[in-house]
Each structure stands twice: as C-alpha cells, then as structure tokens.
Design a protein around this ligand. Structure first.
Ligand code: ASP
Length: 440
C-alpha cells in the first residue's frame, strides 16, 4: 500500500500545524510521499506566503522596496524553524532569494519559494528526503505536463521505498526554468505524484472534514458527503463548490486512484472519498450535493418554425465564438432557443453580439435577461429515477421561486435550474430541505 499525502497551506501555517502533520504521517507508514503547499493563513487576518511573494514581485516591478514584505516571509519560516528546533540553513536560502530578486528574477521562481521552503523544513522535521519539484515535475514547451519525463525523473531520483517530501505548485520548463501551476496547484502536484508512483490512495489534507453537500454560508450545518464520484465532483466543482483544484482530478482518475479529502485538524474524521464508481450503496441519499453560481445572462432567440431551419443554432453560436464567449447551456423550444453565458463574459459586447445575431439569424425577436443564477443538483442516485425533477420543481414552486430555465445533463446526474439572483439562496435551501432535510 502506498499513499501520497498532500497538505494544504492551512495545514502548514505554523509550527503547531507542522506537529499535527507529523502525527498524521507517523500514524501510517504507508504515507510515503508528502506534497506540501506554502504556509497559509494562521487566522482570518493573516496572509498566505504565496500572496506575500506575489506582492514582493509587484514591489520590484514598481521599484518599491520589497524588504518589509519579504521580512514577513522570513519571519514566518524562522518561527517554524526555531520552534521545531530544526537546523536547515534558512538564512542562506533567504540570501539566495534576495540576490535573485535584486537581479530581477521571474515571478514564477519567486512565488514558488513558499512551497520550496515549506518542503525543506517539513522534510527535516519528518526525517524524509527533500526532492525539488523542479527535478521531477517537467513541462513541455507549451506549458503542458510532460508525464513520461516526470515519471522517469522521479524513478531516477527516488530509491525503492524511499520517503520523500516534494514541494507542490511548480515544476520546470525544458530549459530548467521554474514554472508554476495555477493557484491552488499543489493539489495537481499531489495528483501527478500519486499517478506516477501508482499510489493506492491520494490523500488531500485540508482544513475541512470533507466535502459538504451545500455551502455552509447558506445551509446551517450541511451534511458531509461520504462518497462522491469523479463525475459528480466535477459537476459540483464547475458550479462553484470550492474543494479541490479541478486539474487534480485527471491524473489520478485515469489510473483509478481514489482521492480522500481529510482534515488535518480532525484527523479521525473519515472525510470524503472520491472514486470512479460507488457500488453497493445501502441507504444512499437521493442526491449528492448542490452548488450554484450567480450572474448569468440568457440570450433568447425567437424564430417562427425554427426547428425547420438547420443551421440557425450554429450561426448564433458562431457569433459567441467570434467574441470568445464560452457558452454554458443551450436550452431550446420549438420557436426559440436560448444561449446561457456568464454575464462577465458579455458585459462589454452583448449589444454587438445581439446585432450580429440579428444579421445572421434574421430572428423574429431577441431577448436578453441578466441577473440569472444557475443551481445544480447533482447525484448519481437520480439516474433513471422517475419523480426526482418533479420533487425538485414542486419544492421550488412551494418556495415561491420562478424557474427561468431548466437543463439536465444527458447522463442524468445533474438537474440545473436558472432562477433570478434574488432567489439564489431560497432555491438552494428549498432543494436541500426537500431531498436532505430531516434525513440523518
Ligand atoms: N501556494 C499556492 C497558492 O496559494 C499553491 C497551493 O497552495 O496549492 O495558490
């Protein structure tokens, strides 16, 4: 059994958190590969190290002294080192980073130092070997991951059964230059390492005891999701549930490696297990989760006998494509069809788009409605089950919510409703109450 354990920034924010991580690692010898983020916030008003490093870079660009900000970074690491009585030579690392900053180093190198330093200290603290991500995570010239090269590199540096700490978030371009992933990218590093070493489990340690069925700012004490499939998670993450970096799903999913979301501050809690299929489910809940996003715009194009016209939808979509607007949904009727897009994408071009659609589709009318929220109810147990959407729509009717749009994915694992922004919270509460409220 091999596990890859990735710890997020809040799990590494100070010495006390490092101690929790060591207890977790010591409790299970199969946790052979440890991937770390940069130290995160210690409290609400604190700063993430990565944010401070981005700020240092901005100061350099505007020729303002980076010293006060970089001093904060140094102090955070010195505190961890002193409290854990480590011997790693932080001061030489700081001196090197400073020299590089003065030389005008690239932003990717600079912001990657948070993960680098955290991993250095954690490796010593755990008694694991430090392996630099620049030596094992390799990108191609186009910035995409070179999985084969990365796998060869890890096999070259790691001895059989060796225990390693690897910094997340960055890797190297073909010329050796450091390149970072997108924000939150240590999740992806963990997933890549798990895929390369053929782990049995990828543990993602964070500060919540698993994925919740709904946003706790809207639902009081929502239930935790015990098990979720990759597809369900993808739907929820796309619709705003903020749990795991979307890019972390693919490397492990392709190899059938489950992901477990766990809480460093509550290590006995089982968390949420993400798998390809959930079989054998006794007493499973009717839905898995609810997530939503506000501020969509619906452009509805009316045309008599639209269904007789073969290419009208294509012509309309080409206009959106021309303006580089991503289309979310295309619900359609007999005499009309709608194109749903995120409002921020069309803020400056919606009238140009409407004018062009008029020219190429010759519609009888075009209507544009903004301020729409999309809410997805996701669940593998809804598939082939009659009456699920009936229950959902009845709940919204009872709550006095007018549904402006309905879409259901063809795999039937999600039902999406479009409602006015003002009904966003009411809708989520009504759906939760109908399907989950009262169930224990
Ligand atoms: N430290 C980076 C960030 O703040 C990457 C990560 O935490 O995964 O985005």
């Amino acid at each position: 059994m091999i596990k890859v354990a990735k710890f997020g920034g809040s799990s590494l924010s100070e010495a006390a958190q490092f101690k929790k991580v060591r207890q977790i690692i010591d409790a299970d010898p199969t946790r052979q590969y440890v991937v770390v983020s940069a130290a995160g916030k210690r409290g609400k008003d604190d700063h993430k190290i990565t944010d401070l490093l981005y700020l240092c870079h901005a100061h350099i660009q505007y020729s303002v002294s980076f010293e006060p900000i970089f001093g904060m970074v140094e102090d955070r690491y010195r505190e961890v080192k002193d409290e854990l009585e480590l011997s790693f030579d932080l001061e030489s690392e700081f001196a090197q980073i400073r020299r590089n900053m003065v030389k005008g180093v690239g932003v990717d190198y600079l912001v990657s130092r948070g993960e680098h330093l955290t991993a250095r200290l954690m490796a010593e603290y755990l008694g694991y070997r430090f392996v630099d991500a620049k030596d094992i995570i390799h990108f191609q010239l186009d910035g995409k991951l070179d999985l084969d090269k990365s796998a060869r590199a890890l096999a070259d540096v790691a001895g059989e059964g060796e225990r390693l700490v690897i910094p997340g978030f960055y890797g190297a371009m073909p010329d050796g230059e450091i390149r970072v992933l997108s924000r939150g990218g240590s999740d992806i590093t963990g997933s890549i390492v798990a895929a390369i070493v053929g782990a049995d489990l990828y543990e993602n340690w964070t500060d919540v005891s698993g994925i919740l069925m709904a946003d706790p700012r809207i639902i009081d004490n929502p239930r935790r999701i015990d098990r979720i499939t990759y597809s369900e998670l993808h739907e929820l993450a796309y619709m705003g549930a903020n749990v795991l970096h979307e890019g972390a799903i693919y490397p492990v999913r392709e190899r059938g490696i489950p992901i477990q979301i766990r809480n460093t501050n509550d290590p006995d809690a089982p968390g949420t297990l993400i798998v390809e299929n959930c079989e054998d489910e006794q007493g499973a809940l009717p839905i898995t989760g609810i997530a939503g996003r506000k501020d969509f715009t619906v452009v509805t194009i009316y045309k008599n006998q639209r269904t007789g016209e073969l290419s009208i939808i294509r012509r309309a979509l080409e206009v959106f494509e021309k303006y580089a607007v991503k289309v979310e949904h295309i619900p359609s009727g007999i005499e009309s069809f709608s194109v749903v897009v995120a409002t921020e994408q069309v803020q400056s071009c919606i009238y140009d788009i409407a004018a062009e659609i008029k020219a190429v589709c010759d519609p009888s009318d075009i209507r544009i409605i903004g301020g729409i929220s999309l809410i997805a109810t996701v669940g593998r147990n809804m598939v082939y089950k009659p009456g699920m959407s009936g229950r959902l729509f009845a709940a919204l009717g009872d709550a006095g919510v007018n549904i402006r749009m309905i879409a259901q994915g063809s795999d039937e694992i999600n039902i999406i409703v479009g409602v006015e922004n003002k009904d966003f919270e009411t809708t989520i509460r009504a759906i939760y109450k109908t399907f989950i409220g009262g169930l224990t």
